[in-house]
Write a protein that binds this ligand. Structure first.
Ligand SMILES: Nc1ncnc2c1ncn2[C@@H]1O[C@H](COP(=O)(O)OP(=O)(O)OP(=O)(O)O)[C@@H](O)[C@H]1O
Length: 285
């Protein structure tokens, strides 16, 4: 039987911080095998949605249902973060890179698999030293790390401290590290931030290949060239509410989205666009 179409379903999600409603009755779905982008102006609530999905925040209201490939359902709003990674198979990266900067690139990829290795050891020293299961898992962990070193184009930097890598390579390492946990859904918070155009292209290629091999992606991104290039589906937030949802071409031409990004009311969109166009023309002249 084919796996369910929706991998993540967010229903009536709200998150309140004191007097501020950061997320206000938000519903959307992420389809399996697609790249979904969550976009919107600064402060729209994108990272808060990620923090609710990955267990960093407990939402004030609403439901976040992850449906795995085997049909099992996990209500993420009820689970602690480590269970969300381990059992629901959701992994994430952060807006500000969070690597173990003193460990080597390879060590970062092995640490990501620590839980699985400890389980294989039976949590005993004897298990670590002698058990065939542990040896098998340790070999598999090294093979997986080697695979992701290659995929993220980091083989030559494997023995260097992660903190010594250029920024773009650190971003790829974060993604490789998340992939070492075998996620079915990978959530990326601004993966293209701070990348140069060449690094952005390499990132697009990596993300598309991850999608094509069966991992679904949800990404927050401000770089519209990345969003429009690789997304199958875009959800737009403004002040914690969804203002548009659909294919890139639909969202790109939606007056509500244009108004949100230009910071004007819906009925002032045309006027604002012609002003921007006349400024562009002025620049070129
Ligand atoms: N822990 C918190 N306590 C209080 N307010 C918060 C907290 N986290 C987020 N907020 C507020 O919630 C709103 C949404 O923030 P959030 O970081 O989710 O927006 P965003 O769309 O990710 O913005 P950006 O694009 O700038 O990263 C903002 O007004 C922010 O100040």
């Amino acid at each position: 039987m084919a796996p369910p179409v929706d991998i993540l379903s967010i229903e009536h999600l709200s998150m309140r911080f004191g007097g501020l409603m950061a997320i206000d009755d938000l519903s959307f779905t992420v389809r399996r095998g697609e790249i979904t982008a969550l976009i919107g102006p600064n402060g729209a609530g994108k990272t808060t949605v990620f923090n609710c999905i990955t267990g960093f925040y407990k939402p004030t209201m609403g439901m976040i249902r992850m449906t795995r490939h085997d049909g099992s359902e996990h209500l993420l709003e009820r689970l602690p973060d480590f269970v969300i990674t381990r059992d629901a198979k959701v992994a994430r990266t952060f807006q500000n890179i969070r690597l173990f900067s003193g460990l080597t690139v390879l060590e970062n990829l092995l640490v990501a698999q620590h839980n699985k290795l400890m389980k294989a050891s039976g949590y005993t020293v004897l298990g670590l030293l002698g058990a065939p299961l542990y040896k098998r898992e340790a070999k598999a962990a090294i093979e997986k790390a080697a695979h992701w070193l290659e995929r993220a184009d980091l083989v030559e930097r494997a023995d260097d401290p992660a903190g010594d890598l250029p920024y773009g390579a650190q971003r790829r390492l974060e993604i490789a590290r998340a992939m070492c946990t075998d996620p079915e859904l990978l959530c990326l918070d601004e993966p293209a931030a701070g990348l140069n155009p060449r690094e952005s292209l390499a990132l697009n290629k990596l993300l598309r290949s991850i999608r094509d091999e069966g991992t679904s992606l949800l990404l927050i991104e401000h770089d519209m060239s990345v969003v429009m290039e690789i997304s199958d589906h875009i959800v737009v937030l403004e002040y914690g509410q969804k203002i548009s949802d659909g294919a890139p071409d639909h969202v790109k031409n939606d007056p509500k989205v244009i108004a949100a990004y230009l910071g004007v009311d819906d009925d002032e969109v045309e006027e604002a666009i012609s002003e921007v166009e006349s400024l562009d023309g002025g620049d070129k002249a």
